[in-house]
Design a protein around this ligand. Structure first.
Ligand code: ADP
Ligand code: MG
Length: 730
């Protein structure tokens, strides 16, 4: 989360910085001594747990992790006679003895990884080898070269001081100007000496007491140079609380201002159009859909701005619910905007909506990037005049200068993105008239407590029921060498009139590589299925070309659609019953779940077959051995989870555990606040505490006018300046 630069004495005058380093620091968003103090360590070297090698015996086999600091004495690759496999042995020494460390995997990497005499810290669970000597197997290690202060050259003495040493994140560019971990340590010492007095308390005594939180200067000092483990823990807790508390406070203010607001559109919710649509549907709405439609229309009737999150798994039928809401707006003489995360998806939605509405007098328009100038202008005019009653597009609909005649409802389909800021832009947009109601849809169910941390100002509706008559999809994992069998199965299903998807992974770094993999895959598959009609679809194709292929697939003229993940969000083809995912080990869990959601849409039994090649991780470059093991394990969990359940909530939970919140929520693109230190998964309890304090505070001192809350108010205004215009503090 951005912290404001409260004090602006130029960075370069900070002791140990100078112009060059100041510039490097600027590039990572550090503009003042205050910012420096908020550059937190990524980890610590706990010298208080460092054990002399000769004492390791006492810990062997006890299942307790310990750390040894020693220098590299010798290393070599050896061969096991029986298995003929190679392994790597590293011997380190300290002043008390020698220790063997063994790696059975990643030998090629380790053999060039160390230098004679290099100083390492190694952590592991010590154990005895066959000859009764203590050894470390696959220890974690850190290079300590340059890790210590220059003024502390006496290693032996230093390791007994029991201190905890901070390790700072750095980059190649920062290291070039001397800002490696050690460089940061020096600068932080100086910054603490000269600027700690500028750190002002941000919480009230009340909140600090009830939350048992240490004061802020203490926390800042101890997050960098902890007096001991306990001090470090209390410092972390305090700083995490700060982040969570001020986020919750922002949400609390927003929620209040929305609640109190009577400045929204009050729609008449009896809609003939909606009724007509429901009557024309070839299916009955599920109970969950009906409940959710009621929740939404109740909101729309009220003269306050609706701000509602609609959660529902892939295929649960969110689109029709959104459409019914849009028809209410249309019936009241307003326009509705429907925003999708990608253009492909916007087109898909457009087509779906147009199909649903084909017998109703409603004008639906599509606005996306690739359109011809003339058409685009026509659409824009239509939107401006208000004659475009429903407008489908990407998020650019509100970001660019699209002028609506009379916008009443905005539906945001976020799939698995999460936006907080985006909604803010929206409300600002309705300045000339009453602000539009907002419905945010997401296909990635998120656990309730987490939803609160992100969407604390939103009301939540959940579609927790799938349309009836859907057979649960059968999911299986197969290994590379079982592919022939899988393809036999595909052949048989297609002979019975079904269709299949075969998906190849996206390798983020290069679209070109992706394309090559998919094209090669397509060629291979064409040979395997010489009698079938195959087509290839990928992200680099022109929209029209993609459309053509999709239409053909939908019509049944294509048997197998070979694709990169572009189909993830788009297509709805009930006759497609097979989803084969190649290199499934490389996909994220939510992504796999989304892909699987492309089948199982008709009445026939559908199948999802995940083809796994775990060996891939061994060859992928840039992965250290430890990471390879971790990646493999996590891939296995992902695939097993897919086999075990089709419940989107469970899948989201596992995904969140595996990836951590940053990745899961796609922080960067979503506008969700970035935490420096808090973690909304691990710190759930602390978040609930922060939330309670924040929401209570808004009740007890709605405008933060009391003296004891002055610090909170000052900090809140500083930190959330950009959001201030929306959250009326008073
Ligand atoms: P979501 O957007 O939630 O992933 P969709 O709205 O795309 O799901 O719906 C998936 C499919 O199910 C669509 O073909 C839709 O027409 C259909 N559908 C929606 N509601 C029902 C229902 N109550 N009964 C049967 N089919 C439904
Ligand atoms: Mg949908």
């Amino acid at each position: 989360m951005q912290t404001p630069s409260q004090h602006t004495s130029p960075l370069q005058y900070l002791k140990g910085v100078g112009p060059k380093r100041a510039k490097a620091l600027e590039s990572i968003g550090i503009h003042s001594a205050h910012d420096v103090l908020y550059y937190f360590p990524r980890d610590y070297l706990d010298r208080s747990r460092i054990i002399p090698i000769k004492d390791l015996k006492r810990y062997a086999g006890k299942g307790e992790q310990v750390t040894v600091v020693g220098e590299v004495f010798r290393f070599e690759v050896k061969y096991a006679k029986k298995s003929r496999r190679s392994f790597f042995v590293l011997t380190v020494k300290d002043s008390s003895g020698y220790l063997q460390c063994v790696w059975f995997e990643g030998v090629q990497w380790y053999k060039d990884a160390f230098e004679q005499g290099e100083l390492l810290s190694l952590s592991s669970y010590p154990d005895f080898d066959k000859l009764g000597r203590v050894q470390f197997i696959h220890p974690e290690f850190d290079r300590l070269k340059g890790a210590m202060e220059e003024d502390e050259p006496d290693w032996g003495k230093m390791f007994n001081t029991g201190a905890i040493i901070p390790k700072y994140p750095s980059t190649a560019d920062l290291t070039k100007v001397g800002l490696d971990s050690r460089g940061f340590r020096r600068i932080l010492r100086n910054a603490l000496n000269s600027h700690i007095h500028e750190i002002k308390e941000t919480l009230s005594n009340d909140i600090r007491q009830s939350g048992q939180l240490v004061d802020l200067p203490f926390a800042i000092r101890n997050i960098h140079f902890p007096e001991n483990t306990a001090a470090l823990e209390t410092a972390k807790r305090r700083l995490k609380f700060d982040e969570l508390f001020f986020l919750q406070l922002m949400l609390a203010f927003r929620k209040r201002s929305i609640k109190e607001d009577t400045n929204g559109i009050s729609f008449a919710v009896e809609s003939k159009l909606a009724r007509q649509l429901v009557d024309s549907l070839p299916f009955e709405l599920t109970t969950a859909q009906r409940r959710v439609v009621k929740e939404i229309s109740d909101d729309m009737r009220m003269p306050k701005v609706m701000n509602r999150l609609l959660q529902g798994d892939v295929g649960s039928g969110k689109t029709i619910v959104a459409l019914l809401a849009m028809l209410i707006a249309v019936e009241n003489g307003y326009q509705a905007a429907f925003m999708a995360p990608t253009e492909v998806l916007a087109e898909q939605h457009f087509r779906t909506l147009a199909e649903f509405l084909k017998n109703l007098p409603v004008n639906v328009r599509l606005l996306i990037g690739g359109q011809k100038r003339k058409l685009r202008q026509d659409v824009l005019d239509d939107i401006h005049r208000g004659s475009a009653q429903i407008v489908v597009g990407t998020h650019a609909l509100i970001q660019e200068h699209v002028e609506f005649g009379k916008l009443g409802l905005v539906v945001i389909d976020e799939q698995h993105r999460f936006g907080v800021m985006q909604r803010a832009t929206l409300r600002a947009k309705g300045a000339n008239a009453l602000p539009p109601d907002v419905l945010v849809m997401t296909a990635t169910p998120i656990p309730r407590t987490l939803a609160m941390s992100l969407y604390g100002d939103l009301d939540v509706s959940v579609i927790d029921e799938m349309p009836a008559h859907r057979k649960p999809i059968k999911t299986a994992v197969r290994l590379e060498d079982q592919k022939a069998k899988v393809f036999d199965f595909v052949q048989k299903e297609i002979a019975q009139g079904r269709q299949a998807y075969i998906v190849f992974p996206i390798i983020e770094e290069s679209e070109k590589v992706d394309l090559k993999a998919a094209t090669a895959g397509y060629d291979r598959l064409s040979k395997i299925f010489p009698d079938l009609k195959l087509a290839l679809i990928h992200g680099r194709m022109k929209t029209e070309a993609k459309d053509a292929v999709m239409r053909e697939f939908k019509s049944g003229a294509i048997d197998i659609l070979v694709a990169t993940t572009v189909i993830e969000v788009g297509i709805d083809v009930p006759n497609a019953t097979i989803m084969i995912i190649e290199n499934a080990e490389r996909f994220g869990l939510s992504q796999l779940h989304q892909l699987r959601g492309r089948v199982g849409r008709g009445a026939d039994q559908s199948y999802c077959i995940l083809i796994a090649d775990y060996g891939w991780f061994d060859h992928s470059k840039g992965l250290a051995e430890m990471d390879v093991q971790r990646e493999k394990k996590s891939a296995k969990v992902r695939l097993e989870t897919m086999v075990e359940t089709t419940d989107g909530f469970k899948i989201a939970e596992v995904d969140l555990q595996l990836r951590g919140p940053g990745d899961f929520f796609g922080t960067k693109q979503s506008g969700m606040p970035e935490f420096r230190i808090a973690n909304i998964v691990e710190d759930r309890d602390l978040m609930m505490l922060a939330r309670k304090e924040a929401f209570d505070l808004v009740v007890s001192d709605p405008h933060l006018r009391r003296t004891e809350n002055a610090a909170i108010r000052r900090h809140f205004e500083l930190r959330y300046k950009e959001i201030q215009s929306l959250g009326e503090v008073g």
